[in-house]
Design a protein around this ligand. Sequence first.
Ligand SMILES: C[S@@+](CC[C@H](N)C(=O)[O-])C[C@H]1O[C@@H](n2cnc3c(N)ncnc32)[C@H](O)[C@@H]1O
Length: 283
Amino acid sequence: MTAEKLGDVAATSLVTLYCHALETQSENPVLLDPDAVRITRELNRRLAGSGDRLHRDLVSGRLNPALVVHICIRAKRYDDYVREFLAKSPAGVVVNIGCGLDSRFFRIDNRQVTFYDLDLPEVIALKKEFFDETERYRFIASSVLDDRWFGSVRAHEGPFLFVAEGVFMYLEADAVKALFTKLADAFPGSELVCEMFNTFWLREPLLTMMRFKMQRQLNFGKDAVFRSGIRDGREPETWSEKIRFLDEWSYFDADEPKLGWLRIFRYCEFMKRTQWTVRYRLG
Ligand SMILES: C[S@@+](CC[C@H](N)C(=O)[O-])C[C@H]1O[C@@H](n2cnc3c(N)ncnc32)[C@H](O)[C@@H]1O
């Protein structure tokens, strides 16, 4: 698979990758991701002649600075979620759902974890050009919604941590609900950390405004749209008695000077819950 031919949703992984690379090379970086720098150098060569507006923006580093900081604060927090899990369960199993081209494994590796990177086959095919699988670092080339992947993960004893950073909003609501309940049935005692979008913004005319912004300002493809979300972090508890809300986090909570004036949103619960992260106990 070539980076130029990724589908619209899969291509969003290029955006987060380039955000990591730009931030890593900036002054006082929020996140250090040398693999992102390495991969984008190679992709720049391949995408240089592309007529796609998103590709042109990526290659020339034309990314919204607020987006870059936001994506990197989020990645850093998700690294910490994994580290917190491994502090309790050093030989635990982590599944990075919708991993994109991110190199989290190499940032958190404690020499004991088993780490699965799961994404659509086209993304994993590209990822394999840059990373090798090992005994403890493995790829799953599948939609997260095709539960045949459960088998290889369940072959381990656990405990299990699932993380889904910037993924579930691209899926249909029923599919997300079904995934939560299936994970809760198949992996009792596991933890799920996932970013959710607020359904408040999925109503007209807000939805049209958001799609306009994603397509015209960020140059996302027309299929890379947010499709689902929740209103409240506890909402998934109503989907199954095996889902228990633990806590939630917003990037406005981050103690990060690069957030600048956006830090004032930490005092506004409504804004904090536009797109935020929730942690659940399953099973
Ligand atoms: C915005 S990117 C985020 C990538 C990575 N988590 C990060 O933060 O850098 C969204 C990712 O979700 C993946 N994705 C979307 N739908 C998926 C599905 N049904 N199954 C697996 N991955 C999916 C896309 O291919 C893409 O890599």
